[in-house]
Ligand binder design. Structure first.
Ligand code: UDP
Length: 322
């Protein structure tokens, strides 16, 4: 299949591109390289540089590549940044997404896999979270992702676009060739590993007075390769005529607290990791754990790298090999 991957030079996007190529798909990456990296785009994928908000450029890129499906991953993705700069999130995540949808309509592309997020649920009333639970985002990041999901519902009814929204829990880990590389880095696992490698000072734990088993926030970490696999399965299902759907994408189970991530990283790397406790980060829910029964049943998805040791080891191997 010819697939158009927006954000394919980014962390998860480049792993998705790699997995789609390995399955024989023809992959075009559309990315403005504002967060992504040219060298993260795998060999064999074609890179088209462009802004999501540039409709003329998008039209030309779709005309040139004639995709049968789009995987939309280009977005801003930091909870903390979204609290202080919501305008950037509305502009890129919502306006950019709608620009892409309009360009897809004009080009006659009707299949979309969308990178959504567990942040659509906000501070959930129960755990693990199911797809039909209430959505009430506690930050502009989740709010803009949810707004786009809802646009997909209406566009689907009116224009026949079929979309699978994948609500990622905490993406983590690396493939042998691509890993997490944000500048500045804000995500927990790469920060912890940078501290282990002596590339930064103490890790600040953002609050240890949450109602969790050790007071630190609890998350459901899912390996980038398992996320990528879900995109390939969603694309195949859409090609087989599957209806639009939203799926949680997390490993479920008990999840891991910030302290458990730090302790596991210390054990896996054999290094000591300096830690200090700071204030809560605005916008952070205490606990986010997925019920992933729906995607397991509907798409046959199974996480193959659910062990936190494996996730952290893959990220450490990638980071220290660069
Ligand atoms: N976190 C932390 N210190 C850091 C970075 C993150 O304590 O330097 C916490 C953060 O508050 C959250 C968890 O680690 O509870 C995961 O944060 P991350 O930014 O990696 O992902 P998010 O859950 O925001 O998608």
């Amino acid at each position: 299949m010819r697939v158009f991957v927006t954000g394919g030079a980014g962390y998860i996007g480049s792993v998705v591109a790699e997995v789609l190529l390995a399955r024989g798909h023809a992959v075009s990456v559309y990315d403005d390289l504002s967060e992504g990296h040219r060298d993260a785009v795998p060999d064999g994928a074609r890179l088209l540089e462009g802004d999501l908000l540039d409709r003329a450029r998008l039209d030309a890129a779709l005309r040139e590549t004639r995709p049968e499906a789009v995987v939309h991953m280009a977005a801003r993705c930091q909870v903390g940044e979204s609290m202080v700069n919501p305008a950037a999130y509305y502009r890129v995540n919502l306006l950019g997404g709608l620009t892409l949808l309009d360009a897809m309509r004009a080009a006659g592309v009707t299949r979309l896999v969308f990178s959504s997020t567990a942040a659509v649920y906000g501070e959930p009333a129960k755990q693990p979270i199911e797809e039909d639970d209430a959505t009430a985002p506690s930050n502009p990041y989740g709010e803009t992702k949810l707004a786009f999901e809802r646009a997909l519902d209406w566009y689907g009814q009116a224009y026949g676009v079929r979309a699978v929204s994948l609500r990622y829990f905490n993406a983590a880990g690396a493939s042998p060739r691509a890993g997490e590389r944000h500048d500045p880095e804000t995500h927990l696992i790469p920060i912890v590993l940078q501290a282990a490698a002596g590339r930064r000072g103490a890790v600040t734990i953002f609050g240890d007075d949450y109602p969790t088993r050790d007071g630190t926030c609890l998350r459901d970490y899912v390996h980038a390769l398992d996320l990528a696999e879900a995109h390939a399965l969603a694309m195949a299902a859409l090609a087989d005529g599957a209806p639009s759907a939203a799926y949680n994408l997390g490993c479920g189970g008990d999840g891991f607290t910030v302290r458990e991530v730090i302790d596991t990283a210390a054990r896996v790397t054999g290094r000591s990791i300096p830690v200090s406790v700071g204030a809560r980060r605005p916008g952070d829910p205490a606990t986010l754990v997925a019920a992933s029964t729906r995607i397991r049943r509907a798409l046959g998805w199974r996480p193959r790298h659910a062990a936190l040791d494996d996730i952290i080891r893959s990220a450490w191997t990638w980071m220290t090999s660069r």
